[in-house]
Design a protein around this ligand. Structure first.
Ligand code: HEC
Length: 216
C-alpha cells in the first residue's frame, strides 16, 4: 500500500525518458538570428538623405545661431548691430552741423578773410596729427599764421572738455573729413589718437601758435 504522500509518488519519468529529454536539449538548437529581418536598404537611404538634408539646412539657414542675424521674437530696440558710418560722410555732417566749423570756416573751407582762417590748404590741417587734434580739442587764441596770412581777430573755440565736449570719435571724424576735403591730402585721424592727446593734455587751455609749434 502506498501512503497518500507526494514524496512517495513514483518518478514521473523513467531513466530512458530523462536521457532522451537531455539529448534533445543538448542537440543543435535552431538559429534564432535567422528570424531577424534586415532593414530594407531603401529605408537606410531615406534616413541618410534626411540627415544630409537637415545638416545642409542648418548649415545654410542657422545663421550660426547668432541672435543678431535672425530672431523672430526680437524687439526693434534689441537690435544692437553696430553700423560703422564712413568717417568722411559723418565728418562732413559734423562739420556742417549748427554752430560747428562751417559757421566760421565756411563750407568752402576758405574761412573769412581777416577773421576766420582757411582750412583749405592750411599747413595746420595738413601738418602733424597732434597739432590739429590739439587745436580742435582745446581751441586756439592769439596770432596764428595760415597760408602766409596772419589772423588774430577771433578765438577758435574748444570742441573738447572745456567747450562743445565732442567725443573722440566725432573729433576724429570731422578732422578726417577736413583733412581730405578742398584738395587737402592728409591722413585720416582715429579716435584713439584723439583719446591719446586728451589723456596727455587733460584740462589744457586754448593753445597759442608758439606752443603748438613745439609739437612735432
Ligand atoms: C566760432 C568760430 C569757429 C568755429 C566754430 C571753429 N573755428 Fe576753427 N578757428 C577759428 C578761429 C578764429 C581760428 C584762428 C584762431 C586764432 O586766430 O588764434 C581758428 C583756427 C582753426 C585751425 C588752425 C588754423 C587753420 O585755419 O588751419 C583749425 C585747424 C581749425 N580752426 C579747425 C576747426 C574745425 C575742424 C572746427 C570744427 C570742429 C572749427 N575749427 C570750428 C574759429 C572757429
Amino acid at each position: 500500500m502506498t501512503p497518500n504522500d507526494p514524496t512517495f509518488q513514483p518518478a514521473a519519468q523513467t531513466d530512458e525518458e530523462l536521457l532522451n529529454a537531455h539529448e534533445a536539449l543538448l542537440a543543435k538548437q535552431p538559429d534564432d538570428r535567422a528570424h531577424y529581418k534586415l532593414m530594407p536598404l531603401a529605408l537606410l537611404f531615406f534616413f541618410s538623405g534626411l540627415i544630409l538634408f537637415a545638416a545642409t539646412y542648418l548649415n545654410r539657414y542657422s545663421g550660426h545661431f547668432d541672435k543678431t542675424i535672425y530672431d523672430e521674437n526680437a524687439l526693434p530696440t534689441d537690435h544692437n548691430v553696430e553700423v560703422k558710418i564712413d568717417p568722411v560722410v559723418f565728418g562732413k555732417q559734423l562739420f556742417a552741423s549748427s554752430g560747428a566749423c562751417v559757421t566760421c570756416h565756411q563750407a568752402s573751407g576758405q574761412g573769412v578773410p581777416g577773421t576766420y582762417p582757411p582750412l583749405a590748404g592750411s599747413e595746420w590741417v595738413n601738418g602733424p596729427d597732434e597739432r590739429v587734434i590739439s587745436i580742435v580739442l582745446y581751441g586756439l587764441q592769439g596770432t596764428v599764421h595760415v597760408t602766409s596770412k596772419s589772423f588774430n581777430a577771433a578765438v577758435m573755440p574748444s570742441f573738447g572738455p572745456s567747450g562743445f565736449n565732442w567725443s573722440d570719435e566725432k573729433i576724429a571724424d570731422v578732422l578726417t573729413y577736413v583733412r581730405q576735403e578742398w584738395g587737402n591730402k592728409a591722413s585720416a585721424v582715429t579716435a584713439d589718437q584723439v583719446a591719446a592727446v586728451r589723456a596727455k593734455d587733460g584740462a589744457h587751455t586754448a593753445w597759442t601758435e608758439p606752443d603748438l609749434l613745439q609739437i612735432k
